[in-house]
Design a protein around this ligand. Sequence first.
Ligand code: GLC
Length: 735
Amino acid sequence: MKETQLIELLNDMSLEEKVMQLVQAPGGLFDDNAAITGIADVNNSNAIKYKIGSTLSIWGEEKLKKIQQEYMEKQPHHIPILFMLDVINGHKTVFPCPLAQGATFDPELVKEGAQAAALESAADGIHVTFSPMADLSRDARWGRVMESTGEDPYLNGIMAAAMTEGYQGELKDNAIDENHVAACVKHFAAYGGAVAGRDYNNVELSEYALRDQYLPAYQKAIDAGAKMVMTSFNTLDGIPSSGNKRLMNEILRKDMGFDGVLISDWGAVGEMVNHGYAQDLSDAAYKGIKAGVDIDMCSDSYPKNLEKLVNDGMISMEELDKCVYRVLKLKNELGLFENPNRSSKEKADSVLLCEKHRALARKAVAKSLVLLKNDEEILPLKADKIAFIGPYIEGEDIRSAWSVSTDDKDNVSIREGAVKAFEGSGTEIRFAKGCTVLDNDSLLTRDSFHIDNWEETNAELLEEALETAKWADVVVMCLGEHTFQSGECTSRTNITLSLIQQKLLNAVAEVNSNIVSLIMEGRPIELGMVCELSKAVMITWFPGTEGGNGILDVITGRALPEGRLPMSFPHSVGQEPLNYNSFKTGRPKPATGNGDFTSRYLDSPNTPLFAFGYGLTYTTFEYSEVSLDKSQMSSQDKITATARIKNTGKCEGTETVQLYLCDVSGSRVRPVKELKGFKKVSLKAGEEATVSFEICEAMLRFWTDENKFASEKGQFICYIGPDSATTNSALFELR
Ligand code: GLC
């Protein structure tokens, strides 16, 4: 539809019609099988069913086609409804969770995964995905780190842009074709900074931290063309995001240039009353509109109050029209007025869980795994008798908690992967579950995963596991968090394996020292005890549909590990929040000594157990010193930084070479180092290569004391190394 026609339509709509275009109600209104991803008991009145502008959490080509048909017949101007869904890491083919995708350090692969997710979800009737989540995540206590790509603004920005481009495809005249979906970048803003890592908590950030560290990744998604932004549950400066005029009108729309649809998170407009920021739902609706929130997701604020606010002149028709127009424009850019059902059964049948997507998911698993330890080169596996022990040898919940539209029966477990991998090899493999994932007193066990006779069950499982461990040459422990221990509303003050799993690992280690530990998880957990008892430790994250196959590909050597940590792994939760790009302080703790009167803990190192960017391969690499083609640059100049990388091991491998910069001093204090580039280089044993990075002035900019992004003259340190702990560096000056 042309813009003029859209304006005509808008002007012809009644006030009630306009208001209802700004209302999103749960998919449960239309379908009993709708996923519930928020507080379920809202907005379920049939009275609004054929009036709301959008719904969420239902999918299925035939089902949505029927709903759309009924809806458009009843909608006075036959305006199509928008179907939105949390397609977070795939639709029917589930990819590794976003934190695992961050660990790939491979934006092209992540973009391909998003393209596959868009193709599948669009074929299944979806128009908008609530992804990418670009929240900077530095606190492992916060369970939603699983949905992020980690603690670094640069990596997050690259991944958020890659996902956005994958979901939306090439935008021709701003249009999104029927093989793609609109992307919604979330949660704006700085939701990952929740105090104490407790979900939905307030966020206390300086303007400097907000602008310099927390906003850049959202900006990259907006620059990549994201059609929608979602508000966050938290407050900033004491104001809830969904009513924060400065954050939304000044920063998001003016400074960051976003002109698309702003949707609230589930219930967040109405929750301004709980925050103590709105007097009542009418006041919440008023504050939401004034902050430019176009769609009220699943709260009763807009549907029950907007009409009166306009009739009373509290909100002008012009203000309302702006919001409605943005929603109609999105529907138009999706082509819904001409083609309200962009999907077809044939296409859905041909793309959902297709072999091409499974193969891509399997490759993504392999590239996301992070090898943290590999003593005696126990990996890749080369034993005659191998035992797989632990609660994750089977069980389909190897996908993230945000895989709402998937069927677990489609997942490949580690057991299935192992049986296939060792078929006909002569290696004998055995399996023993060993224990339950959770302790009996965990909230999840009590509420949803109760096991009768839990003690007796685990006693039997343990006995069987020890017999199996005694038999084996090598034991592969398959341990980890429960899939519902990460994701929304899953903050933890204790980030260890469950006690029952620790007991199992200790018992197995008593009878067999050749242990490889695989850890399923959606966040960094404390791994000290696992590392002490295991010769090899590998992080598998929540790998999704092809988990068993991708993991076995790597531990048998069919694929090589190349993942790198997207978050620092602490010695203990007491170090959280923990991030490599921290400030120096006036009393930096020296590398040696106990650091009296310096910034330190009495009972823990400051450094992580495993650093951001860390990961092993099956070979080893050596770096030459960093060399710069010049030691001074002007703002018009560039410096080329290079290092030679040599494969000094016995097999090929892929190294993720990382560039970090440190601004030695500035008008605000600057991080000890910041990731500014990375390149993958694959080398055969003995091979060498030169890896170069161009350093330009734009890479040196930060949020200065003049409250703008700019570079400042002075000394910089350039690091090139295998992870954020590298000291391999050279100095240069910006003149
Ligand atoms: C949830 C989440 C958000 C999700 C939305 C819709 O509360 O915070 O990430 O996209 O509701 O499911």
